[in-house]
Design a protein around this ligand. Structure first.
Ligand code: 2P0
Length: 321
């Protein structure tokens, strides 16, 4: 029997992936760029056990037994069965990149257990697109690629975790409920119905990707924030341009965005960047030196809920009323 336990980080996209050109292989319509978070706070943890004594593949997600898809393909020729236990230490499917960390962790653990080497990002991609960006630290680019078989749709590290060590992320949990429209079906509908998405992938993202790489290279926070904010809004505009619309941000999300713009304006330079995924929760990027003041201002504008036990001052995980 072999047993492997791995931890995989969450990644937050600053150039968003939204839309596939191939649903089966999970090939995206555009390149995307993300920052990988430290595993200290938010991560997926997976244990994989492989044994010839097991009679069935089995899967547990966050302590609950789930159907293991591979079990349907059981044959007498497969000698080893696998048991997988996976858990996230943060809300699942609430637009907090849980599938990215989960699939990255699963693929990495299975690869270790079976001794598979080489590029794993194209395998992780086929579980959940954004998962391919969680196999590396620092800033990662997922190249859309051009081949029909998807072999060149892989993720690569742009800059490692030591490149910009002052970078911090605050996650503001507006709502940790499971999202109403899944990313997979939301983006499928956007591809089918949104003209704005065509404009985004053809005319906006290619140049913005280049500009983002340059801003990261120069560690130009002002420019990084502008590009991150614009790309988040471009993605949500496409979600709203979908028919029927996919609405992910709520009033609190918009109040946070408004707060960031007012804060940056008062400083005369961008100090904070916001980005929202397929849910109402905010991810704020900022530099370490600005964390105390931004947290303090956030607390004034959005006082912590009196009953909220998980609110811990100084930790970059916050919950809003
Ligand atoms: C991203 N999101 O780049 C974008 C921004 C959500 C908004 O990647 O269908 O769960 O499994 O490939 O990876 C969420 O999409 O979708 C996502 P599938 P996935 O992070």
């Amino acid at each position: 029997m072999s047993m492997v336990t791995c931890i995989a980080p969450v990644n937050i996209a600053v150039i968003k992936y939204w839309g596939k050109r191939n649903e089966e292989l999970i090939l995206p319509l555009n390149d995307s760029i993300s920052a990988t978070l430290s595993t200290e706070q938010m991560h997926a943890k997976t244990t994989v056990m492989v044994s010839s004594n097991f009679t069935k593949d089995k899967l547990w997600l966050n302590g609950k037994k789930r159907a293991a898809e591979a079990a349907g393909q059981q044959s007498e020729f497969v000698k080893y069965r696998v048991h997988v236990c996976s858990e996230n230490n943060f809300p699942t499917a609430a637009g907090l990149a849980s599938s990215a960390a989960g699939y990255a962790c699963l693929v990495y653990s299975l690869a270790k257990a079976y001794g598979v080497e080489g590029d794993l990002t194209s395998i992780a991609r086929q579980g959940s697109g954004s998962a391919c960006r969680s196999l590396d630290g620092g800033f990662v680019r997922w190249r859309m690629g051009s081949k029909a078989d998807g072999k060149d749709s892989i993720a690569e590290q742009l800059f490692d975790e030591d490149h910009w060590p002052e970078m911090r992320v605050l996650i503001l949990v507006v709502n940790d409920a499971r999202k109403k429209v899944s990313s997979t079906s939301g983006m499928q509908l956007s591809v089918e119905t949104s003209d704005l998405l065509k404009h985004r992938v053809e005319n906006v993202v290619p140049q913005r990707t280049k500009d983002m790489i340059e801003a990261l290279k120069q560690k130009d926070f002002h420019k990084f924030a502008e590009l991150t904010i614009k790309d988040s809004n471009s993605f949500h505009a496409c979600a709203l341009d979908t028919y029927p619309p996919a609405v992910y941000m709520n009033d609190t999300s918009h109040a946070i965005a408004d707060f960031v713009h007012r804060y940056n304006k008062s400083k005369g330079v961008n100090k904070v960047a916001y980005t929202f995924d397929a849910g109402p929760n905010a991810c704020l990027f900022l530099l370490e030196a600005d964390v105390p003041e931004v947290l303090g201002s956030l607390e004034l504008v959005f006082p912590p809920h009196p009953k909220e036990k998980s609110f811990v001052r100084g930790l970059p995980v916050r919950r809003l009323p």
